[in-house]
Every structure is written in C-alpha cells, then in structure tokens.
Write a protein that binds this ligand. Structure first.
Ligand SMILES: [Zn+2]
Length: 113
C-alpha cells in the first residue's frame, strides 16, 4: 500500500517557457515564439520554424521593454536583428486576436442582417 504512483494527472498539460524580457515562466500558450530566420526575427505562430527560439509574453509591456533593451536580439544570440517595436506590438496584437477569433462559430448559420 502507498506505492504505485501511476496517476498521470500530475503531468503538466502545456510545457512552460521563460519570457525573454521579464523572465516570468508561463505556459507556451501564453507566450509568443520568436525565431531567427536569415538574420531577421520572425513570429513563429505554429511553432513550425526550427532553430533557436525566444519566448515573449503576449503583453505590450514586455514588447516595449524588450525593444528598449534589444532583448529579442540577445535572446536569439545575435542571430537576428532586434525587430522594431511596431513589429513586436503587431505580433502581440496578432496572437491576441487569434485567441478571440477561435470563438464558437461552428453552427454554420449565416448571420442575419
Ligand atoms: Zn514578459
């Protein structure tokens, strides 16, 4: 008795990553992934791009702080130039919009009006 810890309930559903800016550890789903492609930092929405990735909170504050300190570039080990703040903010908005866009809309009805 007391042995046999076979429960899988303790396994975390989502792996966690550390924000390159504020160093907070969050589930991947709450961060956006940035990766270096041919010297440029790009948003990796589907986590399909390989290579070194950096993770950033989906928050304007982290985007701004990261841009100020060129932290994205540093997190990517200089493999990409620091993206412009506008770009970072655009990515934050993009992923936030993506969450909203996946609302329940499977009934197939056309909207009236
Ligand atoms: Zn952060």
């Amino acid at each position: 008795m007391g042995r046999g810890r076979r429960s899988q309930h303790t396994r975390p559903a989502v792996p966690t990553r550390r924000c390159l800016c504020c160093r907070a550890v969050r589930p991947q789903t709450e961060l956006l992934r940035i990766t270096a492609v041919e010297g440029a930092a790009v948003l990796d929405t589907g986590r399909k791009l390989g290579g070194r990735g950096a993770w950033l909170c989906r928050a304007e504050k982290c985007a701004k702080d990261a841009s100020k300190g060129a932290k994205v570039s540093r997190a990517l080990k200089g493999q990409a130039k620091e993206p412009q703040l506008e770009r970072l903010l655009g990515w934050v908005k993009e992923v936030q919009g993506a969450i909203v866009a996946t609302g329940p809309s499977l009934d197939g009805r056309e909207h009236e009006g």
